[in-house]
Design a binder for this molecule. Sequence first.
Ligand code: HEC
Ligand code: HEC
Length: 343
Amino acid sequence: MKKILLFSLLTLSISCKKNRDTSFESQTVLPKSELLEKATTYFKSINSKEYEEINPNEALLGKMLYFDKRLSKKENISCNSCHDLNTFGVDNLATSPGDNGTLGARNSPTVFHASLHQMQFWDGRAKDVEEQAGGPILNPVEHNIPSEEYLVNKLKQIDFYQKWFSKVYPDSTDPITYNNITKAIGAFERKLNPQSRFDEFLDGDETVFNDQEKRGLSTFIDTGCITCHNGIAIGGQIMQKFGVYSDYWSLTQCDKIDNGLFDLTQKEADKYIFKVPGLRNVAKTAPYLHDGSIESLEKVIQIMAKAQTNIDLSAAQISDIAAFLKTLTADISDEDKKSPHEI
Ligand code: HEC
Ligand code: HEC
């Protein structure tokens, strides 16, 4: 009996000791590598932000509008035609055909993570995704809807929308308004923020990166890409000149020169100023740049280094940066990809 007691006391003390040890271990945070330390000063994980609460029904209504071709004049296209959720929010074309088949002037950027940007469009002319959504509907080379009233009247004829707008905006006696259409689409887009392997890295798990990806991140920082591509969206925060050190068209070989912000303001200083695009999902959103003139990720990295930092990167450095940029590819859920008819 005594023996047994002694034995159990012994095991108890051993197990207590063990417990103490484990709790001590779990409190010891492994030292962050210098690279992670640096990275967290320039970038923010997708999980670092407090997101505003979104009414799920408003987002669902937004998704239905996003997929509905009745929002275009001849009913040929929807937002999803150019920003296909199954292909990382883009159509992978240099420029996209609109409702009547005419090509637009600029490349379609992705809608994923767009709500994290400070401004929308290549020239930053809309402040947020809600204001942005109003643009393509009335754009003659996109949805080609003649006027706000035209669309509002059209949607009012559809029982389904009568029901859904009343459900989502119950305080309004006349809930189908242009403003509510863009608000609902915006609510849907604000949910498109899936995380990538880079977020796991920033959150502290350095094992998710291999050596090449770490070298690429390091080169991205040291080359100065981070002066423009930083923050939670790895860009999307500022407007900058494309071609700081040399004319961009001599590097891209494109035959049409786009003046960027200048076309809006007519100010000489705004020539060739474009929004710094966010780089999340960039490995999946080719072709690149405002005109979709560059097909390969490696080529656009080389052009950026030359045009924006005046550095000639080696082939190895380019391939390292490309490996890093591939870690920005988001893990998009089937839920996000599904069209609302399947919901
Ligand atoms: C015909 C193709 C087409 C359709 C349809 C279309 N877009 Fe776009 N979208 C574009 C192009 C091209 C741009 C860039 C235009 C520019 O910057 O001048 C753009 C820009 C955007 C942006 C800005 C992203 C960024 O990073 O700046 C968002 C968000 C967006 N569209 C959402 C939508 C929504 C919502 C709809 C439906 C209401 C829609 N688009 C319909 C082609 C299209
Ligand atoms: C001075 C600011 C600045 C610096 C520095 C900079 N960029 Fe950019 N980046 C831009 C702008 C502006 C664009 C959009 C150009 C356009 O298409 O008009 C862009 C576009 C890109 C694109 C294309 C994205 C897309 O969706 O089409 C990639 C990739 C890119 N940059 C990577 C890099 C890399 C890698 C570096 C470092 C070698 C770098 N950038 C340095 C401003 C900058």
